[in-house]
Structures are given as C-alpha cells and as structure tokens.
Design a binder for this molecule. Structure first.
Ligand code: AMP
Ligand code: MG
Length: 418
C-alpha cells in the first residue's frame, strides 16, 4: 500500500512489534543484584529479593469469628431451642483458662481463642438470654459455624510471596501479620532523566517566543517515582551531539538506566539516536506502536538507555509499554503486564494494519450495568489535555483495522499502567 508523505509513520523499513520489543528488552537487561533490609513501613512498591516463608500459621490460633456463645458440636440443639448454662467468658486477647463442659456454653467475643472442647459459635444476634441467665440456642446451626481455624488463612511454612514480587499494601499487611518488622528488597534502581530539544526550556525560566516549557521530564519522573525508582533530574540538553554524548556518558557511570525524551526521530536535529549509534550500541529505534513509533533503546557505557519520543502523549504511551517493563526487569521484579478490561466502544475508528495503536478514552456507565469507552475527540500526540481528560487507553491490536460502535475493545486504565 502506498504511504502518504504527510503520514508521520511513513519512515519505511521494518519495524519491531511491541511483543518482539518486550522480548528483546528482557533478553538485554539483567536485574540489579544488591539487596537491602528495609523496614516494613517503607516496603510498599519495592521488589522482594527473596521468597517470603510463613514462620507461623494465620490465624495463629483457632478463634471466634463473631461475638456470641461457644459450644461443643455434639451438644448442638436438634429440632428445638435448647437452654444452656453459661460456663465462662473469653475476650479477645485472653487465653481461656476453662474447657467448655458438656451441655454448657461459653460467652465469647470476636477474635478470642476457642475454649477447649468448643468448635461452634452462635452469634449473639441469634440467641436469647432467659431470666436465670441461661442462653437459649436455636436449632439448625452447622457444626464448626463462626469459627476461624488456626492456619485457615496461611499454613506455616508456606511461601506467601515470591522473590520478584512488588510489594502492595496488602502484602505489607501479610508480612506484618507474620511478625516481620523488615524485609529484604532489591535496591532501588537509579534512573537518569533528560529532556532534549533546543525549543525546550524549564518551567520557571524565561521562555522565548519559539520555546515550550518542558513537561515530559516532570511526567517521566513522576512515573518513575511510582515504579519505586530513584531518579536524577539531569535537566534539558540542547540538540547538540557532542553535548548529548558527553552528558549521557557521564550519567552512565552512576545510573542503572538513562531515560531521555525527544530527538529519536529522523530529523537532522534528532541527536539522541545518532549519539547512541556513535557512542554506544543501538538495540532498536522503531517500534510498531502509535503514538510513539520512534522510540530507541541502546546501551551506552554498559548502561541501557531508552530514548522516548518528544511528543508528550507518545512519551507517555511508550513509557507505559516499553520503559515500564524494562524498569521492572532491571529492578528484579516479575513481569507485570497491565490487564485490559473489556468494554464496548462508543465510537468508530479506522486504523492501519501492522501496528498496535492506543486510543485515549473515558469510560461511561451504560444502562445494562457495564461501561462503554468514549474516545477523546482529537488524536494529536502533542495533546497533553487528552491525557488529562481521559481515564485510559484502548489497545487496538496489530491486525485490527476498524472499530465499530458496540464492539468489545481492551481498555487499560491509567492507574494500571503507572
Ligand atoms: P522530537 O521527538 O524531539 O522530534 O519532539 C517531538 C515534539 O515533542 C516536538 O514538537 C517537541 O517540541 C515536543 N517535545 C519534545 N520534548 C518535549 C518536552 N520535554 N516537553 C514537551 N514537549 C516536548
Ligand atoms: Mg527534538
């Protein structure tokens, strides 16, 4: 098929698919090896260096799931209500000093250990207490009801979290419940961040009439922080090959990854790719992804470099799909592919075959209880407002050429991408 010269994707030549790119990245990168012991309160988002083994069962002892009355299963009323004498009381935090006697109940509260002999608890809402203080228990409760057996949650000795897992708040809670005060984590990866372009200036400095304030650096640093990286802000580099080569070389000495934006296309002023080719090794520089096709990966001074495109939306999308998996691999994390949600398209859209495309969209509730995706009305890769106004991106596969209203599409929420 003829390509039009105003198509910014009309570079010609073969391009790598995202899946091939991801496999290539995985084969090129090895994880940082250093391990540090970190207090649990600081572990969220970090990568476990070793499998976590449960040193105790959870719950550690069999206990009541409700406030009520504990009895022996053999005494459970059959057919009619039955009055039981109350032979003791166990509160949470108290080790019971009595066993429950035949035909008796013990007053018990949520989380309190079951007294010896008892295996079933009546909820207090289901019983009455008579004038003489006996508790009237109804028939029909199953033996074992309202009891949490020791180890029902976690078995002692189980591997509860694997090495390479990125800690989430619930994982931190599990570690705490198992009595850990700290965890062994891979050290954070150090990422150097540069923007490039003669037209880019830092917010807070004077902006000439043909200049833009740098937005990518701030977006990328924020995304890196969410991935648990230590970032170094190395500012803006002019489109000058020597300067870029020098500064990338310096950064390589003290970082695990260099992330740049801008300057990876084919223009004369697109220096980043040229510098990688001259001063290092270029691994790839074009990927069949829209927005974002010119995205480069290379190695400089033994350190991987990812050159994202300058257009902010292209930078965002390629960060999510190319930089993020690379960062997780360097950090020693297991791959965490974003999980798409199937939703119905509320739009029609045509695309070219052979590249994966991401369309910005918001979700809207439908009458049948589902969601439909409403496409942002414009497509420019420079429209930051399109990222701000939408909830996520719709992933359209390489073979897709047409989306019609009502068709099920794959929605990736921004919150699942960074
Ligand atoms: P480039 O990839 O260098 O060709 O840049 C593509 C477009 O993105 C140009 O319009 C640039 O002005 C813009 N751009 C490049 N870097 C940035 C940045 N750091 N912040 C905002 N826009 C940028
Ligand atoms: Mg540029």
């Amino acid at each position: 098929m003829a390509q039009l010269s105003d198509d910014c994707f009309a570079f010609g030549g073969p391009m790598r698919s995202i899946d091939e790119t991801a496999a290539l990245i995985a084969s090129k990168l090895s994880a940082v090896e250093e391990v540090e012991t970190v207090p649990l309160a600081l572990a969220d988002g970090r990568v476990l260096a070793r499998d976590m083994i449960a040193p105790l069962p959870l719950p550690p002892f069999t206990n009541s799931a409700v406030d009520g009355y504990a009895v022996r299963g053999v005494d459970l009323p059959h057919g009619a209500e039955t009055a039981f004498a109350v032979g003791g009381r166990v509160q949470a935090g108290m080790a019971p000093d009595m066993a429950v006697s035949p035909g008796q109940a013990v007053r018990i509260f949520t989380g309190a250990p079951m007294p010896e002999g008892a295996d079933t608890v009546f909820m207090q809402e289901d019983v009455r207490v008579d004038d003489s203080g006996r508790v009237i228990l109804p028939p029909g409760l199953k033996r074992g009801a309202n009891v949490r057996p020791a180890g029902e949650d976690v078995t002692q000795g189980d591997m509860v979290l694997p090495a390479g897992h990125r800690m989430r708040p619930q994982d931190v809670a599990l570690a705490a419940a198992l009595g850990f005060i700290d965890v062994e984590l891979r050290r954070r990866i150090r990422v150097a961040v540069f923007s490039t372009g003669d037209e880019i200036v830092a917010p807070g400095t004077a902006r000439g009439p043909a200049q833009l304030f740098d937005s990518n650096r701030f977006m990328l640093m924020a995304m890196l922080a969410r991935l648990g990286c230590e970032t170094t802000d190395l500012g803006i580099l002019a489109d000058d090959r020597e300067l870029i080569a020098d500064r990338l070389g310096e950064a390589a000495g003290t970082h695990d990854l260099i992330l740049t934006s801008g300057g990876v296309s084919t223009g004369e002023a697109d220096c980043v790719r040229a510098v990688i080719e001259r001063a290092g090794t270029l691994v790839f520089w074009r990927v069949a992804i829209k927005p974002g096709r010119p995205v480069a990966m290379g190695v400089i001074g033994g350190v991987p470099l990812i050159g994202l495109p300058g257009n902010p939306v292209a930078s965002f999308v390629t960060f999510a799909h190319i930089a993020r998996p690379a960062i997780l691999a360097l950090a020693g994390a297991r791959p965490q592919p974003a999980i798409p949600t199937p939703v119905r398209a509320a739009f029609s859209y045509r695309k070219k075959q052979g590249r994966r495309e991401y369309v910005r969209a918001s979700l809207r509730a439908t009458d049948d209880g589902g969601f439909e995706a409403v496409k942002f009305p414009r497509e420019g890769a420079g429209l930051l407002s399109s990222l701000v106004a939408t909830d996520g991106i719709i992933e359209l596969g390489e073979r897709t050429t047409l989306v019609e209203p009502g068709q099920v599409v794959r929605f990736l929420a921004y919150s699942s991408l960074v």
